[in-house]
Design a protein around this ligand. Structure first.
Ligand code: FCB
Length: 475
């Protein structure tokens, strides 16, 4: 039986064929792979400071060397080419372009990304550039960081400078990666750089990140960018019963908890970016946490720029229920009376993240319904497992299974009508996993951090086949 559905996504006897124009790729981020922390005039970022502060990152790991990609980018592009990638998503380190986040543009920093873009294009790989994947110049944090309005304007200047150099060759632009994480882990629970724990500052940071997105998107558009996107960490927010049974009906109390967390995670970003408004319920939460004075007249119009793509970073669902008397979680100011639930009855990755592929279908279909203004690209999806190198191989069946099941979930969402245009696996390389340091490996390519040797894991060989077939074989 063949089911032909939207945009030519077909399913035949367990085979999942993707639309002919579907884009297959992989993603990384500057601080996680580049190393070369002091090279060619790069300034300090908040992640240099944070990882250099004892107790902040597991094992005292830093991104000083990471995958040494700054010097090995040509070899890494060769790996991508061997895998048959059509697209590569990377981020630009702001402190390489402006050491202090403002003023003079450092052409040596831009040269690196220009060389990388040329290598990619030579290999037939389309560059997808993310402008902010969390490495804020430390000097801007010293001036107050994202909770300060001026940072948004500095970000737009920086975006303009990067576009001026790469815009002749790069058409796919993402302004921000996961502003929720930057705001609420950076300034809310302090697990990420800069490590502040101030609920009011976290909300201000979120607004200024969005303002920076709007200002940068406008600048990129004026400069001729064809495709602009915003990458968010998105999860369906569900009750414990819905993990196993997506159709389970939530009680009124649980539905209220779900709605509130979804407002903080999803609507806080997509409603202003795509519709030019904040949900009333969100404004009430912000008001209780430091007030609304930082949201000025006209800001929502700036934030509401037309964009082509919502970038989706999906790893696992967010599971909550009503929890009368619970204090707000530090990463979720406004979440009083909500309990965040651990999920014990499904397998988990080495991060402890439950593996729930149908959560991705649910998320994609919901986004397609609620935000039809933009197309969808999976800008990150992947998993950490305890990899073992044996005779020059890494038999990472767990990761391959995770990716296979999530791709089937993407396929199901396309068949249900969601406009999903591409899939970028997280990550090409094992890398610096933020507060976990090098202790968590997400790569489809294994990196030996002592020798910098790269090795395709079995998942990479499997992914190469998926790309070649434009889909999944029957199972
Ligand atoms: C996302 C980040 C990415 C990586 C994955 C595992 O939140 O965007 O850099 O760390 O998680």
């Amino acid at each position: 039986m063949t089911v032909v559905s939207t945009r030519g996504a077909t399913l035949t006897e367990g085979r999942a064929d993707f639309p002919a124009d579907f884009v297959w790729g992989a993603a990384t981020a500057s601080y996680q792979i580049e190393g070369a922390a002091k090279e060619d005039g790069r300034g300090l970022s908040i992640w240099d400071t944070f990882s250099g502060t004892p107790g902040k990152v597991a094992g005292g790991d830093t991104g000083d060397v990471a995958c040494d990609h700054y010097f090995r980018y040509a070899d890494d592009v060769r790996l991508m080419s061997d895998l048959g990638l059509a697209a590569y998503r990377f981020s630009v380190a702001w402190p390489r372009i402006q050491a202090d986040g403002t003023g003079l543009v450092n052409s040596r920093g831009l040269d690196f990304y220009s060389r990388l873009v040329d290598k990619l294009l030579e290999a037939g790989i389309t560059p997808y550039v993310t402008l902010y994947h969390w490495d804020l110049p430390q000097a801007l944090e010293d001036a107050g960081g994202w909770p300060e309005r001026d940072t948004a304007y500095r970000f737009a200047d920086y975006a303009r400078a990067v576009h001026a150099r790469l815009g002749d060759r790069v058409q796919h632009w993402t302004t921000l990666n996961e502003p929720w994480v930057a705001a609420f882990l950076g300034y809310g629970n302090g697990v990420h750089a800069p490590g502040r724990r101030e609920p009011a500052a976290a909300f201000r940071a979120a607004h200024h990140l969005l303002l920076g997105h709007g200002l940068a998107a406008r600048a990129l558009r004026e400069a001729g960018a064809e495709e602009i996107g915003l990458a968010l960490n998105l999860s369906p927010v569900i009750t414990p019963a819905q993990v196993g049974d997506p159709a389970a009906v939530a009680s009124i109390e649980d539905a209220e908890a779900v709605g509130r967390i979804d407002t903080l995670l999803t609507r806080q970003f997509l409603d202003p970016a795509l519709r030019g408004e904040y949900p009333a319920e969100l404004l009430a939460m912000i008001e209780r946490n430091g007030g609304l004075a930082h949201i000025r007249d006209g800001d929502l119009e700036i934030i509401n720029q037309p964009i082509e793509v919502i970038g989706i970073n999906y790893y696992n669902p967010c599971v909550v229920e009503s929890g009368p008397g619970q204090a707000a979680d530090e990463a979720w100011p406004g979440s009083e009376d909500v309990r965040f639930c651990s999920v014990d009855d499904v397998p988990a990755t080495a991060m402890g993240w439950p593996i729930v592929p149908n959560g991705l279908s649910r998320l994609l279909v919901r986004l397609a319904d609620d935000y039809p203004e933009a197309g969808l690209v999976i800008t990150e999806n992947g998993a950490a497992f305890e990899d073992v190198v044996e005779d020059g191989r890494v038999h990472d069946v767990g990761r391959t299974g995770y990716l296979d099941n999530h791709l089937r979930a993407v396929h199901a969402a396309i068949a249900d009508g969601a406009d999903v245009r591409g899939y970028l696996v997280w990550s090409l390389l094992d890398n610096f996993e933020w507060a976990y340091g090098y202790g968590r490996r997400f790569g489809i390519v294994h990196v030996d951090f002592d020798t910098q040797r790269r090795l395709f894991k079995d998942s990479a060989l499997w992914y190469r086949e998926v790309i070649k077939q434009n889909g999944l074989r029957g199972n």
